[in-house]
Design a protein. Structure first.
Length: 87
């Protein structure tokens, strides 16, 4: 049986209401608005993939804060390259 490819966090995570809400918003963005904006992220993983993983691993508040900081770094004059979600 072949496994379907997914660009988001695949490991198990605690499905609390906040985390489910947060990753649902990120996934909604990925399916709708991301296609219109285009692939402009200078980091690996992309900012939306980073947000999905950060919220799934750390919860809505801390993961959301990490995601906002990441998006701020992605703007003009910001950093680029590989940027993993902290443990």
């Amino acid at each position: 049986m072949t496994r379907r490819y997914s660009r988001n966090w695949q490991r198990p995570w605690r499905k609390t209401p906040g985390r489910v809400l947060g990753v649902s918003f990120v996934r909604l963005y990925q399916l709708t608005l991301s296609g219109f904006i285009g692939n402009t992220c200078r980091h690996l993983p992309t900012c939306s993939e980073y947000a999905y993983e950060a919220i799934a691993r750390h919860g809505l508040l801390r993961g959301g804060w990490l995601s906002l900081r990441r998006v701020a770094r992605c703007g003009p004059g910001g950093t680029s390259g590989i940027d993993r979600v902290p443990e």
